[in-house]
Structure formats: C-alpha cells, structure tokens
Design a protein around this ligand. Structure first.
Ligand code: NAD
Length: 248
C-alpha cells in the first residue's frame, strides 16, 4: 500500500527542478499526476523519467493565461476522474539590482508566481473534495528574509505566502487544507541560470547558503509529498520553511 495510491494530483511547474522531483516522488508513491508546464520538452523528460507505480500525464500551458488555465484544470479533472491535491510549483526568478528593475520584470514575476497560483487555486477548487482536498503553494525563504537583488521575486513570494494563509482561513469551512512551502536555496536550473552568475556582486551569497548547504530538489519534493498526504491531516495555514537551517 503506497501513501498516494488512488490520489489524483494536479501539479504545475513540472518540467524542471522542484516540480519534476515532485512529479517523480508522487508517482513513486502511487499518485496519478497531471503535470502542467510551459515546456513541452521538459514535460516529456519528466514523464520519461518516472518510475511507477503511479502515472504522469502532461499538458503544456502558461499559468498566466487564464483561458489556458481554465482548460487545463478542466482537462485534468476529466483525465484523472477528479482532483484531490493541487501543487503549485511553477515560478520565475529574476536577480536584479533595484536600479535596473523594470515594470516589465515586476509584471512577469507577479503574473507567474502570484496570479498563476491564484488562478490554479480558483479553478481546482471546483473539483477538490471537501474534507480531504489539499492545496500546496510554493513561497520562498526570501518572503521573510531580505536578500539583495531579490526585491521583486521576494515581494511576489511574500504575496504567495499571504495569499495562502488567507486562502487556508477561507477554506477551513470546507476542511480543505492549504500549505505554503518555503524552500531555501535549492540546486535547480532556476538558481543555476539566475542566482549564481550574472556579474553581480554575489558576496551576499554567504547569507543565503544554509548551514546544511544547498538543497537537492528531492529534499523539497519529499516535504511536499508529506504536506499533501493524509499524514498531514491537521496541517493547514502554516508555512513550512525547508531551508536547511538558514533561519535559525
Ligand atoms: P525551475 O526553473 O527549475 O522550474 C520552474 C518551472 O516553472 C519550469 O519548468 C518553468 O518552465 C515553469 N514555468 C515558469 N513560468 C511558467 C508559466 N508561465 N507557465 C507554466 N510554467 C511555467 O525552478 P525551481 O527552482 O524548481 O523552482 C520551482 C519553484 O520553487 C518556483 O516557484 C520557485 O520560485 C520556488 N523556489 C525555488 C527556490 C530555489 O532555490 N530553486 C527557492 C525557493 C523557492
């Protein structure tokens, strides 16, 4: 008996990093996963890398495109025969000093990280069962810890955290749990492409490398798997910071 046998999971951001690790972890625990992302190639790699007993179906969609989100969630419910757990992982990061922060970057970051999450929540709630439904969101350590060059990203993740806590309160009447997960620094294509390089003075970086070092995506996926499972049945409206001791 696997923890996710018979559980239907809708997952965004599944083509890379934490999302891919989550798809693999949940499928390994028996879940039927419906994986959404912008990247068709990345989704194909995620599906190809899965080892049962669960399954991974894929769909290309932009989480900021409202009609595409509505269609993707409806198709997920039809394909899976319902949705038990929504896991929002899709996100973008842009390391930018305040002097070069553009309105365009701010809009993109908020659209993907906050608006995309909110749209998926709204649509999935048409299907999530009262009593057992779960929503996981992905905030960040930077929502509550200041780090240079992350103003826009941190603000968007603070917004995700605030959104999640209010949503948890609102959905408590339906006994649907909402759990925001806040990773510290994780070794993914996002951090490799955007945080580690760029000719920006990264001397601040020592502040955000945790006592336990940089995380592997699987170390975040395993916490998502716990939070989404019935093992966490009394967990709602509480931020889970998975940061290797950054905030001690
Ligand atoms: P990643 O870049 O490896 O994966 C992000 C995925 O989101 C990609 O597959 C990308 O295609 C997808 N995506 C981006 N915009 C999209 C859109 N508009 N529509 C659909 N899909 C879209 O990044 P990651 O490091 O695995 O990050 C996953 C989540 O975890 C993000 O929300 C990120 O902000 C958060 N996070 C990451 C870290 C870290 O250190 N890596 C730390 C804290 C929080």
């Amino acid at each position: 008996m696997n923890r996710y046998d018979g559980v239907k999971v809708l997952l965004t951001g599944a083509a890379s990093g934490i999302g891919r690790a989550t798809a693999h972890r949940l499928a390994a625990e028996g879940a039927a996963v419906y994986a959404v992302d912008l990247s068709a190639d990345g989704l194909a790699e995620t599906a190809a890398g899965a080892a049962g007993p669960g399954t991974i179906a894929t769909r290309v969609a932009d989480v900021t495109d409202e009609p595409a989100v509505i269609a993707a969630v409806a198709d997920a419910a039809e394909t899976l025969g319902g949705i038990d757990v929504l896991v929002n992982v899709a996100g973008v990061h842009k390391t930018t000093p305040i002097e070069t922060l553009s309105a365009e970057d701010l809009t993109l970051i908020f659209n993907v990280n906050l608006v995309g999450t909110a749209l998926f929540c709204r649509e999935a709630l048409k299907h999530l069962p009262d009593g057992t439904g779960v929503i996981i969101t992905t905030s960040s350590l930077s929502a509550t810890q200041g780090n240079p060059y992350m103003t826009a990203y941190a603000a968007s993740k603070g917004a995700v955290l605030a959104f999640s806590l209010s949503l948890a309160a609102e959905l408590s009447a339906r006994r649907i749990r909402v759990v925001p997960i806040s990773p510290g620094t994780v070794d993914t294509p996002l951090t490799r492409a955007d945080m580690f390089p760029k000719g920006i003075d990264l001397s601040y970086f020592g502040r955000i490398v945790a006592p336990f070092g940089v995380a592997d995506p699987a170390q975040i996926a395993s916490v998502i798997a716990f939070a989404g499972s019935s093992d966490a049945g009394y967990l709602t409206g509480a931020e889970l910071r998975v940061d290797g001791g950054s905030h001690m």
